[in-house]
Design a protein around this ligand. Structure first.
Ligand SMILES: NC(=O)c1ccc[n+]([C@@H]2O[C@H](COP(=O)([O-])OP(=O)(O)OC[C@H]3O[C@@H](n4cnc5c(N)ncnc54)[C@H](OP(=O)(O)O)[C@@H]3O)[C@@H](O)[C@H]2O)c1
Length: 252
């Protein structure tokens, strides 16, 4: 199937590693022009080199901390300057932070800035162009949608962003812009390597929690992103979709 993505422009936050880089590879393979964002220039350069070495167009790189004041606006302006048109925004950057009760206030604020404020500012800065061109795609990479026994700022902020995104999807629907959220289960990345450092820990977790029996690869999620950001997916918006090897326990 031709996804009709050739020549579109996409900004991927956290695009140099893990899921973000998997999405970058999938979109670059469809002819999408990319801007990859993160805080580490060397990681982004290495990712860009890897894409170029595989015959894809070398992506633009944006080095910026999403939690810095006015980061969303500054990053959107740089992405527009580098790509011309940004048709696709992938809000992927994020870290998991277990807070428990009485967790440090600064860490709560960091999670809020990273997962709610910056994505909203990015959307508000990029939406005028998308609406004008009658085409836009916003994808959030969230987390599991099931309530966890421990309070994690990432889950709380993902929930806030998902509710914002649902309302946003209604506001922009008539302008050809869709907004969707994907919930990864366990997808191999830097974060997952730290959480599950040994093969035994991985196998134990998979046996107990993942029906298909193994961790996902970034490309397992990236194929869904490639479809959702394409013109083919024009009728899918305001959705929350899991990519988790069947881990999700609820029927709906
Ligand atoms: N992998 C999973 O199984 C899983 C499960 C549930 C949810 N998720 C979510 O999926 C997303 C991607 O995760 P991943 O597993 O692929 O992790 P990862 O490889 O650690 O990627 C996180 C990315 O976010 C960037 N980032 C973090 N803080 C940033 C900041 N303040 N400003 C700009 N960039 C920032 C990092 O780049 P720099 O460090 O260079 O800034 C990195 O490229 C995250 O939102 C994560 O919570 C993943």
């Amino acid at each position: 199937m031709d996804l009709q993505l050739e020549g579109k422009g996409a900004l991927i936050t956290g695009g140099g590693t893990g899921i973000g880089f998997g999405i970058a590879q999938a979109l670059a393979g469809e002819g999408v022009r990319l801007a990859l964002l993160g805080r580490r220039a060397d990681v982004l350069e290495a990712a860009a080199d890897k894409l170029a070495a595989s015959g894809k167009q070398r992506p633009a790189i944006i080095v910026h901390d999403l939690t810095a004041p006015d980061a969303g606006k500054a990053i959107a302006a740089e992405a527009i300057a580098k790509l011309g048109e940004v048709d696709i925004l992938i809000n992927n950057a994020g870290t998991s932070d277990v807070m428990g009760i009485g967790g440090d206030e600064a860490r709560w604020q960091h999670a809020y800035a990273l997962r709610v404020v910056a994505p909203r500012h990015l959307a508000e800065a990029l939406l005028p162009g998308m609406r004008q061109r009658k085409y836009g795609r916003i994808i959030n990479i969230g987390g599991t949608f099931e309530v966890q026994a421990i309070i994690n700022s990432a889950s709380v902020m993902n929930a806030a962003r998902t509710v914002y995104s649902k309302s946003l999807s209604h506001e922009v629907a008539k302008d050809g812009v869709t907004v969707n959220t994907i919930g990864p289960g366990v997808i191999i990345s830097e974060q997952i390597d730290k959480i599950f450092p040994t093969m035994e820990a991985r196998e134990d977790y998979c046996r107990k929690n993942i029906p298909v029996g193994y961790f996902g690869q970034p490309e397992d999620l990236a194929v869904l992103v490639a479809f959702l950001v394409s013109p083919r997916a024009r009728y899918i918006t305001g959705e929350v979709i899991s990519v988790d090897g069947g881990s999700h326990k609820f029927a709906f």
